[in-house]
Write a protein that binds this ligand. Sequence first.
Ligand SMILES: Nc1ncnc2c1ncn2[C@@H]1O[C@H](COP(=O)(O)OP(=O)(O)OP(=O)(O)O)[C@@H](O)[C@H]1O
Length: 236
Amino acid sequence: MLSIRNVTKTFGGVAAVADMSFEVAASEIHGLIGPNGAGKTTMINLISGFLTPNSGRILLDDTEIHRMPPEQRARAGIARTFQNLRLFRNLSVRRNIEVAESNVGAGADRSLVEEAIDRFGLRGVMEQTPDSLSYGHMRRLEIIRALALRPRVLMLDEPAAGMNAEETEELFENLEWLRARHACAIILIDHDLKFVLQASDTITVMNMGSLLASGLPRDVTANKEVVRAYLGTGQN
Ligand SMILES: Nc1ncnc2c1ncn2[C@@H]1O[C@H](COP(=O)(O)OP(=O)(O)OP(=O)(O)O)[C@@H](O)[C@H]1O
């Protein structure tokens, strides 16, 4: 459904993403992993429109989206969260969600977000501002805000960052719920490798901007090049 074809992005002559290609199927959870600086966040920025590739194409179904501005891509069904949270700090949790929801048409399934609020444990903090929330609550609010756009592709940049083991397990269960409740592809970046491997149907591994391997979690973790470049470093 989402197709990344030979995409390159350079900064000052250095390729952060170099000739990357991979496909994301509808309804799959697709893990994007790799060492620090591998180009994962740059890839998400290229898909969501915060960056434009120097070359290559990005297609959502048969539509080229790589030259569209971020708002147009959001309307086309691409939603994301940010590594460093970007919530409206002076608005309540409720308003943060409503602002996102105001972008969707009248025909949208209204109960989706209401169910997510309960499921993600935000019902009791709806009138508070994000700054008064725990870090885990803020991260969950970001996901609900992205979900409020009724995305076809939901990209989560480090959703488990700063979470303890119990919260990460809860996040895993919430993603399973989300996937059953709302048909969309999820692209998942996280440094908690155990979490990404457990949650993902397919894994793409990047290294120094390039594709290192792509496939089922068990095949990718058995791949010698992946072990050498990434898993063997002890860094995850
Ligand atoms: N706006 C920018 N200007 C210059 N260089 C950049 C910019 N954004 C990213 N880079 C460089 O591109 C490379 C890839 O960075 P990116 O943040 O995409 O990697 P990453 O895999 O997400 O890393 P991490 O796991 O540490 O978040 C790095 O060398 C980074 O320094």
